[in-house]
Design a protein around this ligand. Structure first.
Ligand code: FER
Length: 244
């Protein structure tokens, strides 16, 4: 089993100390450097530690034990970057521009969280060793921020992405550039999920523009049956020779 710890960091973006959970794999050692997956929760999450309550770290433990994935550091931030550190989910969630979930979280991730992780953990610091994925609200954030920062992330995944997802032509304004830069773009949703039209729209646009991606639809709804499978699948594709 790896280790989950709560760490506090100074968010210059928000102006307060915030916290996140960091998973280090079994045998984590400063003698080696690890790739990093940033994994974002949904609107009901974080103060409830959504991904880890959903046992995502156990899925990763098992895949590492089976040598199916690279040992990696996984960061579970709070995706609602407001001064109310207890807010997590709905607090400020649906305001104009989606409150703390929009630009504030983008800045918190890029300017505060990633530098904190790269200073305090033994990790690789190039784009091909950073992945960004999330569920629902966090799926929308991952597509928005990840595709908007191809210089930072080479692997991007949106699971059951919510209505905060930018329109596809805004997500990928330059299909050739995205095709060149991305190692993986993964879009998944359950076919019983009321939000599936967002994922369908992204997939249709990517297909039309010939941007390589994985589009995975299963039989689940907006729930952890889908998300556990998504993280099981996505984590086995990242930090490896490109599946393209
Ligand atoms: C919405 C429906 C769902 C919405 C967000 C969600 C902001 C997010 C759901 C989740 O994160 O689980 O209309 O608008």
């Amino acid at each position: 089993r790896g280790k989950l710890e709560r760490v506090y960091y100074d968010s210059k973006t928000v102006g307060v100390k915030r916290w996140m959970q960091v998973y280090t794999p079994v045998g984590y050692s400063k003698d080696r450097k690890y790739p990093v997956l940033y994994l974002l929760h949904g609107i009901g999450g974080n103060e409830n530690e959504e991904w880890t309550k959903g046992r995502a770290h156990v899925v990763l433990d098992n895949l590492i034990a089976d040598k199916k994935i690279e040992p990696m550091v996984v960061v579970f931030p709070n995706g609602n970057a407001t001064t109310n550190t207890a807010a997590g989910g709905r607090g400020g969630g649906r305001g104009a521009g989606f409150g703390g979930w929009g630009l504030p979280f983008q800045n918190d991730l890029i300017e505060d969280i990633i530098p904190f992780i790269e200073t305090n953990y033994s990790v690789k610091t190039d784009r091909e060793n950073r992945a960004l994925a999330g569920l629902s609200m966090g799926g929308g954030q991952s597509l928005n921020i990840g595709l908007g920062h191809l210089d930072v992330f080479a692997w991007v995944g949106g699971f059951s992405s919510a209505p905060n997802t930018n329109p596809p032509e805004q997500l990928v304004p330059d299909p050739d550039k995205a095709t060149r830069q991305l190692k993986l773009l993964y879009v998944s949703c359950g076919n019983k999920d009321g939000l599936i039209s967002r994922s369908q729209g992204v997939h249709a646009y990517l297909k039309e523009k010939n941007v390589p991606h994985i589009y995975h639809v299963d039989e689940h709804a907006h729930d952890f049956q889908h998300w556990r499978k998504a993280v099981f699948h996505f984590s086995q594709l990242i930090f490896k020779p490109t599946p393209k």
